[in-house]
Ligand binder design. Structure first.
Ligand SMILES: [Mg+2]
Length: 283
């Protein structure tokens, strides 16, 4: 039986990704995303999701095939099927592949230098929140492509946040702000993640939405904790500009867990492409 919250997290990821695809690389406040749109940066039809969702699905499918166990060789194999054989993608064509990800898959070795700290492992790590894997296993799954400490720790932090929201969902009686403050103060964040615990106080101007993994993690969590609906969170993420699809996807994974599926805009679910593939990778 599929874990319905895994479905929600993956749908959140795919919807955030698809909302952001038309605007990727665009500067903040040079566009306004108000819903699903087609074309733009990658000239894709409305509802098209990209590498972020594909690699999360490739990871989820491996976990499904291995009954929830992490098999690094199998996950890497699925990434190869995605990069070389056009599997796990929305419309039969792989697009929007990050440099570090491509190099690591081609070389069969994750990148470990400090310059290889893009958000390419963070964007695909959410399925691990639905397993009992250890922190070291989270780091190893990140390191298939992104092995530097900053990337591996970003993935651990993200999975921990997701697991905590799953274990202790917001009961809607508690003040939303108090819930998030608790969520962000249960762990002591070391540099360069020290801003996480005070994110709710930061202004939009203080949030960067580049492809750097720390910026993406901060931006995604900031969007969750400063909004009041699934839709508002995802649109706020995309409208930060720059790495719109990945910030949208990473925010969407968390928003998918925090909110109930019934609160996702029906139009977004309807427009999302290739839901059959998404469903086949859930466990
Ligand atoms: Mg992408």
């Amino acid at each position: 039986m599929t874990d319905t919250k895994l479905r929600d997290a993956i749908y959140g990821t795919a919807i955030g990704d698809a909302l952001g695809v038309p605007y990727e690389f665009m500067e903040r406040d040079t566009f306004v995303c108000t819903g699903m749109a087609g074309h733009g940066t990658h000239n894709q039809p409305k509802g098209t999701w990209s590498d972020d969702t594909s690699m999360a699905l490739a990871t989820a499918k491996s976990l499904k095939d291995n009954h929830g166990a992490v098999d690094l060789a199998d996950i890497r194999h699925n990434f190869e099927l995605w990069l070389y054989k056009e599997e796990f993608n929305c419309n039969g064509r792989t697009f929007d592949v990050g440099n570090t990800t491509a190099n690591a898959i081609i070389d069969r070795k994750g990148c470990t230098d400090v310059m290889s700290n893009g958000n390419g492992s963070l964007m695909r790590i959410i399925p691990l929140a639905f397993t009992e894997c250890t922190d070291d296993e989270i780091r190893e799954v990140s390191a298939i492509t992104h092995g530097h400490r900053i990337s591996t720790e970003a993935c651990v932090i993200y999975v921990h946040l997701a697991r905590r929201m799953l274990a202790e969902p917001w009961d809607r009686k508690e003040d939303r702000k108090a819930y998030f403050e608790r969520l962000l103060n249960e762990e002591k964040y070391e540099a360069p993640f020290e801003r996480l615990s005070r994110l709710p106080e930061l202004s939009r101007d203080e949030i960067r939405s580049t492809g750097y993994v720390v910026d993406t993690l901060e931006a995604a969590v900031w969007c969750l904790v400063t909004t009041e609906s699934f839709e508002e969170c995802l649109l706020k993420a995309v409208n930060l500009g720059k790495d719109t699809d990945t910030v949208g996807a990473v925010a969407g994974g968390l928003a998918g867990i925090f909110y109930d599926f019934s609160e996702f805009p029906k139009e977004y679910i309807r427009t999302l492409r290739n839901k059959t593939l998404i469903g086949s990778c859930l466990f």
